[in-house]
Design a protein around this ligand. Structure first.
Ligand code: GLC
Length: 490
């Protein structure tokens, strides 16, 4: 295989540190940097939402990319694509940031209004963004070897590349990565006309009598990937995850590539957001200071010998919030303290608040999103709960293991690929506690197994160390993406 560096445009609706509602942002950031480290010319592109500060993020204008008129249905909206970068201490990647007042700047949330929870006109917003991606390449005269699209929001890019702009992008290959097969971006059929894509392509963009961005991405991509090997199998087999869209994956050799994590940002040895830094040799003296600060922040009193359990999650069906709500009263009846950070479903938030009101002494919540606090939760907790119904990959269980907070997780998707059951006799190299059935009783049993091991300091030290010594870096997975890119160049 050739070793010539490749040019790659990485397109995503979320890129850390600009915009984040979930793991997609972390992956867009850390994978791009890892691909750059392999020597490729990778650039990322995202929309500039209203909550992104241009000054703080050093976003500058580029001469050629001002006031590009983008058609969305009958109207034209101006896109000005600006320049910035993402960095870690070693590496830097060019970022193109799409600005437009009506669709993005005037809106504070990424996809929905933060106060009402109501979705924005996301069909038009992402038709606009996807078209801007194409126009940017045309105006720059840059036709990358690979356009790597991530999430439903980018699903029209493959469709545009293979229909309206087929000639221009004849040599470009397109990879479409599914980060969550339950979120497909579907809209009324009328939205199809706003895309400017010819009618004969509509069947490839329609599922279940709705326009479907994910289907468009799959139909026109040269390669489809998803974010863990187990999830790749699950979305092919389990019809319920994708609402029947699994049929469109038939014939595709869907690659399940496990996400890595950013070891500059998520390493307890150098984490600036935690109270005391530590590593696998010093966790016993390092974690208590973090626990103290964490409990202070959550208004809980420190209790020697009582484990602190953390939850950081989007509150939703797929993350298993209903199961958590069901099991919490029983978990809280044990000798534990639980802290929860999470935003999402409004009804679920209310249910959680009710439980918090009842268990004031050992349960405290912060119903919002706070990246810095998420770091402190990993550092200050002994255990971490992830009872997901579906989990394409999941990053928090990996952060937890790195921080010596032992995950208690349901064996699904990426959780099944990263967390293994600890048993002093049968599986002494296990890194957590795992349950299979999506049932409160099984979840509770896993928590109880964890509590039992926690009672034996030496044994607990083994589980913690097992997790802390795992390698979750991008090294292997970035190579896997590189192989996918290269295989398309032949
Ligand atoms: C989505 C998935 C999560 C995955 C992340 C990054 O947020 O729900 O499991 O880790 O994307 O790929």
């Amino acid at each position: 295989m050739s070793t010539k560096p490749l040019s790659v445009l990485y397109v995503s609706s979320e890129v850390y540190p600009f915009a984040k509602t979930g793991g997609l942002a972390d992956v867009s950031y850390s994978l791009s940097l890892a691909i750059r480290d392999l020597g490729h010319d990778i650039r990322v592109m995202l929309p500039k939402y209203g909550n992104i500060s241009e000054r703080k993020n050093r976003i500058h204008e580029i001469n050629r990319l001002r006031d590009i008129m983008i058609p969305v249905g009958d109207i034209y909206e101006p896109a000005t694509v600006k320049s910035s970068s993402i960095n870690n201490p070693r590496t830097k990647v060019q970022a193109y940031v799409t600005t437009n007042f009506n669709f993005f700047d005037a809106k504070k949330g990424l996809y929905s209004d933060p106060t009402t929870g109501k979705n924005y006109n996301n069909d038009e917003r992402f038709i606009f963004f996807d078209r801007t991606v194409i126009q940017t390449c045309l105006l720059l005269g840059w036709f990358p070897d690979i356009i790597h699209c991530n999430g439903w929001q980018t699903g029209l890019v493959p469709a545009l590349v293979r229909t309206v702009y087929a000639e221009e992008f004849a040599k470009t290959k397109v990879v479409f990565s599914i980060h969550n097969f339950s979120e497909q971006g579907f809209f009324p059929l009328d939205s199809l006309e706003k895309t400017g894509i010819p009618e004969d392509a509509y069947p490839n963009m329609t599922h279940d009598k709705k326009m479907n961005f994910t289907k468009a991405g799959i139909a026109y991509a040269d390669r489809v990937t998803t974010v863990s090997p187990t999830y790749a199998q699950e979305i092919l087999k389990d019809k319920t995850i994708g609402g029947g869209l699994h049929t469109s994956l038939k014939g595709f050799d869907v690659h399940g590539i496990l996400n890595g994590i950013d070891l500059y940002g998520w390493m307890p040895k150098s984490d600036p957001f935690i109270a005391k830094q530590y590593d696998a040799a010093t966790w016993q003296s390092g974690k208590p200071a973090n626990k103290k600060k964490l409990l202070e922040k959550f208004g809980l009193t420190e209790k020697a010998g009582t484990p602190v359990i953390g939850v950081v999650s989007r509150l939703s069906e797929s993350k298993g919030t209903p199961l958590l709500i069901e099991a919490l009263p029983q978990i809280l009846a044990e000798n534990v303290q639980v802290v929860l950070l999470g935003d999402g479903d409004i009804k679920m938030k209310k249910d959680i608040e009710k439980i918090a009101a009842k268990f004031k002494k050992n349960f405290s919540v912060n119903l919002g999103f706070d990246d810095e606090l998420a770091h402190l939760i990993e550092a200050g907790t002994d255990m971490f709960l992830m009872p997901s119904l579906h989990e394409p990959c999941g990053l928090n269980q990996m952060y937890s293991m790195m921080y010596g907070s032992v995950p208690i997780a349901r064996a699904t998707g990426g959780l099944a690929d990263t967390v293994t059951e600890f048993d002093a006799k049968k599986s002494p190299d296990g890194t957590g506690f795992v349950f299979k059935k999506y049932e409160a009783a099984e979840f509770l049993a896993a928590v109880k197994r964890a509590l039992k091991v926690y009672g034996d300091t030496e044994m607990w030290g083994e589980v913690v160390k097992n997790g802390m010594s795992r390698d979750f870096s991008w090294a292997k997975s970035a190579r896997h993406y590189e192989e996918v890119y290269r295989s398309l160049m032949m």
